[in-house]
Design a protein around this ligand. Structure first.
Ligand SMILES: [Zn+2]
Length: 280
């Protein structure tokens, strides 16, 4: 186990990649995963599995082959192959149009070999809530050159994700969430850490709140700085991240609530995109 714990420590050092290092560290501390007979590990939704060092550590710890995939349930989907280049093949070109944009100017970047840009995709042949030029905030690098595995079509690497959630690696009882800057509510009020703290605490304490059980693992919330909140948990509770992507994580304008007589106004309600699924 000592070597496994060493690998876990290395993974913890890579905590900037989000949820996976914490998960693997926890697993490695409690299980001898290399003895489980796992032959293939598929990771998704984070840049980590495409990083050479992270990939090597996971494969060493599990004694398994690692494959990357782009995660999520939307139609933009990429899957890694056996090529050592650690890219993903875009396997859903019939269902999804991919565009790259300059992250600053939002001008379209040509999909040439080696091009980088913010990914934007549009659903094709989807009847329910199709995404039109939707951005996850991820920056990709695309490749049009042939892959050694022989599969044709576009390949890509995720260079950076927009996930802004960190878990405390030592206890799993602290969730730190970075908020998007320059977001305002529909009533023009600023969305910041105090507003996020207010919204969550309101869900946790409001009489008749149906969201209270979903936030039951949260002991307290701190506004660390204007764009950072910290959730102190009673105990590690990984489903919390998923809970926050649903109604429990919806943000309301504190000013609109305070101005309302009932405190139940819908005006001013937004679903601020502060949370992204760790499962993504
Ligand atoms: Zn390939």
């Amino acid at each position: 186990m000592s070597s496994l714990n060493g690998a876990a420590a290395d993974l913890a050092d890579l905590s900037s990649q989000g949820y996976e290092p914490w998960l693997f560290q926890t697993m490695l501390n409690e299980l001898s995963v290399s003895e489980l007979g796992i032959e293939m590990v598929m990771c998704g939704g984070e840049p980590g599995a495409g990083l050479k060092d992270v990939r090597a550590r996971i494969e060493t710890a599990y004694g398994a082959k690692l494959y990357d995939n782009s995660g999520a349930v939307h139609t933009f989907h990429g899957v890694g192959c056996n090529s050592p280049e650690q890219m993903m093949h875009l396997v859903s070109e019939d269902y999804c149009v991919l565009e790259l944009l300059d992250p600053e100017t939002k001008s379209v970047v040509e999909l040439r070999d080696g091009a980088t840009g913010e990914m934007v995709f549009t659903y094709l042949d989807i009847e329910g809530t199709p995404f039109l030029r939707y951005s996850l905030g991820d920056v990709l690098q695309v490749f049009t050159s042939p892959c050694g595995c022989g599969r044709p079509g576009l390949r890509f690497k995720i260079l950076s994700g927009d996930d802004q959630i960190w878990l405390d690696n030592s206890s799993g009882k602290t969730v730190i969430i970075k908020l998007r800057p320059n977001v305002v509510f529909h009533d023009g009020e600023k969305f910041d850490a105090e507003a996020a703290k207010y919204s969550l605490e309101r869900q946790m304490t409001m009489q008749g709140s149906f969201r209270r059980p979903e936030l039951g693992s949260v002991a307290s919330i701190e506004a660390v700085d204007p764009l950072t909140i910290k959730l102190n948990l009673k105990a590690p509770f990984s489903p919390l991240i998923a809970q926050l992507t649903d109604r429990a994580g919806m943000m309301v304008s504190p000013a609109a609530i305070k101005a309302s007589r009932t405190g139940s106004v819908l005006n001013g309600l937004i679903m601020a995109s502060i949370f992204f699924t760790a499962a993504n």
